[in-house]
Design a binder for this molecule. Structure first.
Ligand SMILES: [Zn+2]
Length: 282
């Protein structure tokens, strides 16, 4: 089973996770820029993080045979903080870099006017840079959040066929599918979608344009949820081709819209800017 996790925050995960993911079949992933679990206090704080998503983290992933790409954006939560919003001016110089395969994650958290402005501005940046967009939908009041998201996309210059709407569930999948967007589902250990609910959604709506991710971060999450969905699909009677479509070909097609996906993992360098993943003396 070859697996592409289209949304996982590896900066918050260990090398054990990389090993376990490789053993489970993960060969590629996308790490969306997000918050840190505590508020940033200046735009400069984003820049070192973006550089890590483009440098250190792909270096680390390559040690374990996994191709790493990222998406860059001002995330919805921090769009509300006036200390952070100026990072919007820094995004263009990151969006031209090879490892960046989308603008994201953008979207709504609490559906505030500041989030409206950041979402519209970043959809415009995606259109300008010929990149697709990864759009997070809010965890509260999902149907209203999705509707407003799709309205803002419709008003933007970015075609909805270049948008991946993430964190969908049973209450939002139908409207998202009818819009023409790509459909992202985050499968967590004990909240939101689990692998069995995911299989039920796939039975009802089919595997076209569906992507499944673990969205693993520093919170309670499981970087092997993609594999578990694949197993649950097979157990429920889906064929291997359907599993491959959801876990590999759909994410490749979506992020491939950037023209920048590089899936062959180069032989890992031993050092990144003088540092390695090994301890001294090994
Ligand atoms: Zn995320």
């Amino acid at each position: 089973m070859r697996i592409f996790d289209p949304h996982i925050h590896m900066s918050s995960r260990t090398t054990d996770d990389y090993e376990a993911m490789y053993a489970a079949g993960v060969r590629a992933l996308v790490e969306p820029a997000f918050w840190l679990g505590q508020p940033r206090t200046s735009p400069q704080s984003f820049l070192d993080y973006f550089d890590a998503l483009l440098g250190w983290e792909p270096f680390r992933a390559a040690q374990y045979g996994i191709a790493h790409h990222c998406t860059i954006a001002l995330n919805p939560k921090e769009a509300n903080d006036p200390r952070c919003a100026p990072v919007l001016d820094e995004l263009p110089r990151y969006l031209v870099k090879d490892g960046v395969v989308a603008v994201g994650e953008i979207g709504y958290d609490s559906m505030t006017p500041a989030e409206d402005a950041a979402l519209a501005a970043q959809l415009e940046l995606a259109a300008e840079h010929a990149l697709p967009a990864l759009v997070h939908t809010p965890h509260r009041d999902k149907p209203a959040g999705l509707r407003r998201t799709l309205d803002v996309v419709a008003e933007s210059r970015l075609s909805v066929e270049r948008v991946l709407v993430d964190h969908l569930n049973e209450t939002t999948v139908e409207e998202a599918r009818d819009s023409g967007a790509w459909l992202g589902f985050s499968v967590y250990p004990d909240t939101k979608m689990d692998e069995h609910r995911m299989v039920a959604v796939l039975k009802e709506y089919g595997p076209e344009r569906v992507l499944v991710n673990s969205a693993a971060d520093w919170g309670r999450s499981d970087p092997l949820k993609t594999r578990k969905v694949g197993e649950a699909m097979l157990a429920a009677g889906f064929g291997e081709d359907d599993v491959d479509l959801v876990l590999w070909r759909n994410p490749v097609a979506f992020y491939g819209l950037s023209g920048r996906l590089a899936l062959e993992v180069a032989a890992p360098a031993s050092l990144h800017e003088g540092n390695s993943v090994l301890r001294g003396g090994e």
